[in-house]
Ligand binder design. Structure first.
Ligand SMILES: [Cu+2]
Length: 332
């Protein structure tokens, strides 16, 4: 019965959702390792629900007409039908177990991470994603090679977030102080949206990123760029890349537009009203201020902005902070 239903749901899902079953190299392949499984589970549950809805509706109308008062003025009472009771207990139980089995099997697939999976640390923070590779390469976009299983080690540095990749049918919470995992592989090169699926404050709706599935060669080229070559120290990443990798540019623009925080354009040397311990006063945004605002962002908040920036203590080296200050000095 299960295989019969499966064939039925599979062909209907291919008919209704053709984009989830893209044909490649003569066989059907889905966007990610889990896409097809989740779609099939969804379709199976949908079909079972539709069949039950049709049956219940049919019998309801049938009984209303057949046992209407005009034809049956004296109501009769039916007592005890063992056959009926067994039927309406056994059939729904079997259906519930089929649906449970499909969900459980997919859940197990999701928990069994292949040994050769490439680990990527995912850090969520208000309001950006950071992806860190084993060689120290960081990115605000999740780049992965096609066909290679990827294991995501997810955490959050402030509040609850949730990593959601709709095209891959994957979602997992990012919890502060805890590591959650997900794994997937995708055979299809392209870009897929990443959203935050846990309401996390004013910038939640802007907490987006992308999974970029690249060819193996393209990926290794990108991946090894930050790596030290024999004997040589790694070249310092351009400051804009540093700002991008650390999520600074998600809240601070370079062109004067206001995002969640003040723009970086012309920030150096500007005199601004800040709030310190609830008291407003005017200061000049100098080297000392910028350094303090990176390491202890809550100390002096620029008036009119929320106190939401995380501290970068231990995340940026002294040298990197110097580089950023030098860069901001030139950004007039
Ligand atoms: Cu979030």
């Amino acid at each position: 019965m299960y295989s019969l239903l499966f064939i039925l749901t599979d062909s209907i899902s291919r008919f209704i959702l053709p984009e989830a079953h893209v044909e490649s190299k003569g066989s059907f392949s889905a966007v990610s390792s889990l896409t097809e499984k989740v779609d099939d589970a969804f379709m199976l549950i949908l079909i079972i629900s539709l069949v039950l809805l049709a049956l219940v509706t049919f019998f309801m109308i049938f009984f209303v007409i057949r046992y209407r008062q005009k034809k049956n003025p004296a109501p009769s009472e039916v007592r005890e039908s063992l056959l009926l009771e067994i039927t309406w207990t056994v059939i729904p139980t079997i259906l519930v177990f089929i649906m449970f089995y499909v969900g459980w099997a997919n859940f197990l697939t999701l928990r069994e991470v292949p040994e050769d999976a490439m680990p990527v640390k995912v850090k969520a923070r208000m309001w950006s994603w950071q992806f860190e590779y084993e060689n120290g390469r960081k990115s605000d976009v999740l780049r992965v090679p096609a066909g290679q299983p990827v294991k995501l080690l997810i955490t959050s540095s402030d509040v609850l977030h949730s990593l959601f990749i709709p095209a891959f049918k994957l979602k997992e919470d990012a919890v502060p102080g805890m590591e959650t995992t997900l794994w997937f592989y995708s055979d299809r090169q392209g870009e897929y949206d990443i959203y935050c699926a846990e309401y996390c404050g004013a910038g939640h709706s802007a907490m987006n990123s992308k999974v970029v599935v690249m060819s193996g060669d393209e990926f290794s080229l990108w991946h090894s760029r930050g790596k030290e070559k024999k004997g040589e120290p790694a070249p310092p990443p351009a400051v804009t890349e540093l700002l991008d990798e650390n999520g600074c540019l998600d809240c601070h623009s370079l062109d004067g537009t206001t995002v969640a925080g003040p723009t970086f354009k012309g920030i150096f040397g500007r005199s601004t009203v800040v709030v310190t311990d609830g008291k407003e006063h005017e200061i000049v945004l100098n080297e000392e201020y910028i350094k303090r605002s990176i390491l202890a962002p809550g100390a002096d908040i620029v008036k009119g902005y929320p106190e939401i920036m995380p501290s970068y203590e231990g995340e940026l080296s002294g040298e990197q902070i110097e580089d950023i200050i030098e860069y901001l000095k030139g950004l007039r």
